[in-house]
Design a protein around this ligand. Structure first.
Ligand code: SF4
Ligand code: SF4
Length: 394
């Protein structure tokens, strides 16, 4: 196993993600197949994996419990647990914190303070401190909650760090890079690491390259989630897979994805949610040596991406923005459109939900003041129309 130094810790570059543990059939992933999950977690530990990542709602709260219970058989200082304060599901109403995780197989829960949530998690995992603790998903939809001094989430967690109940405080994010930048302008001194979605497909699609650069600018080590984009990059299929096979017949698609991450110097841990022993063994083998992709291999990856996804080639130069009478954030909308046409899901909705109607693509009046300014020749009004149609699909 390759390790990387993080402050006083020597972290395995492969981390175990606790959101895709093996589960009982027909339980919609809510009930973990505990004997099998234990077998995998113990094999990972015995193979040198020492970072284990979980969250409040993974597997309906069972991920925290099973990971904590399984690892408790080993010396507490021989593994590191990363958990997250679930701000992405917290609604503050009348001095209460409502946690709505009903669509995650859990009951609605009500807490009075950030402390009550933290204590609940310590108990669920069965530990008296977290090695790594994050604000879960700092993004447009959670920014106000996390930075609300009256609720005081960050202030409370910094206090817990002083008491040694959090060894390292950080944040995870699916937010836009502007939001990450805004957050770090104020809080970079308090944040020791960031967990972000990063893989060669999202490098452009979710502007992960820009997010990587922003976080790196603040000298904050990056932990990676979704390294194979929920499995898509482990089996891209079609022409994309052919591109990779032609370049290296012996390499698996997953190894391309992981080796791409090894080529990024600020990536410290790659958290992979492994469900089967085969996946685990393949990943342990990949992370047993450093073998980053070469510049030429990265060109191969971009060719595979071209076969996998279609993009509007906006470079976010913002030349068009001042001309827009509707004051639309055109590059942000195009980036979201790129994601939507390739995989319309919660990430797109999360961004759209934070926009008022006059900020959405439907607010475009097709005046065409923008396109003549675009060095990429993008028909922006047409994209806005298509995006609006997509969001208004029944
Ligand atoms: S066409 Fe739409 S996006 Fe472009 S300037 Fe006019 S209103 Fe703004
Ligand atoms: S001018 Fe073109 S490339 Fe630049 S931000 Fe606008 S749409 Fe994107």
């Amino acid at each position: 196993m390759v390790y990387k130094q993080f402050k006083d810790k020597n972290l395995s570059t492969l981390g175990y993600g606790g959101m895709r543990l093996p589960s009982v059939p027909d339980s919609r992933g809510h009930i973990i197949d505990e004997p099998e999950a234990e077998r995998l977690l113990i094999h990972a530990y015995n193979s040198g994996v020492n970072y284990f990542d979980t969250a409040f709602f993974y597997h309906a709260g069972n991920s925290e419990r099973v990971i904590g219970k399984t690892l408790s058989r080993f010396p507490r200082d021989s593994y590191y647990i990363g958990d997250k304060w679930p701000g992405n599901f917290v609604d503050p109403i009348d001095d209460k914190l409502y946690v709505d995780v009903s669509n995650m197989g859990m009951k609605h829960m009500t807490f009075s303070t950030p402390a009550e949530i933290f204590e609940y998690q310590l108990k669920n995992v069965g530990v008296d401190y977290f090695d790594f603790y994050m604000l879960h998903n700092v993004a447009e939809s959670t920014y106000d909650l996390y930075t609300d001094k009256k609720i005081g989430v960050i202030e409370y967690l910094l206090g817990q760090k002083e008491k040694g109940r959090i060894k390292h405080l950080g944040f995870s994010t699916h937010g836009r890079y502007e939001t990450i930048d805004k957050f770090l302008k104020e809080y970079s001194d308090s944040m020791e690491f960031a967990l972000m979605q990063l893989n060669y497909l999202d490098w452009t699609l979710q502007e992960a390259g820009k997010k990587y650069d922003v976080i790196t600018k603040y000298n904050i080590p990056i932990f990676v989630m979704e390294p194979v984009r929920g499995g898509k990059l482990a089996a891209p299929g079609g022409e994309a897979e052919e591109v990779l096979k032609n370049a290296d017949p012996a390499a698996t698609p997953a190894s391309w994805a992981f080796r791409f991450l090894q080529s990024l110097s600020n990536v410290h841990v790659v958290v992979s949610g492994m469900t089967t022993m085969d996946q685990l063994k393949e990943n342990i083998d990949i992370f047993s040596r450093e073998n980053p992709t070469t510049a030429m291999e990265i060109e191969t990856l971009w060719k595979a991406v071209d076969k996998m996804a279609s993009f509007v080639p906006c470079t976010s130069c913002r030349y068009c923005c001042d001309a827009c009478p509707q004051n639309l954030d055109i590059p942000m909308l195009i980036a979201t459109y790129n994601e939507a046409v390739n995989e319309y899901g919660w990430y797109v909705n999360d961004i759209l939900d934070t926009l008022s109607d006059d900020e959405k693509p439907g607010a475009c009046i097709s005046c065409n003041a923008c396109s003549p300014l675009c060095p990429q020749d993008i028909d922006i009004a047409d994209i806005m129309r298509k995006f609006d149609d997509l969001t208004n699909k029944p």
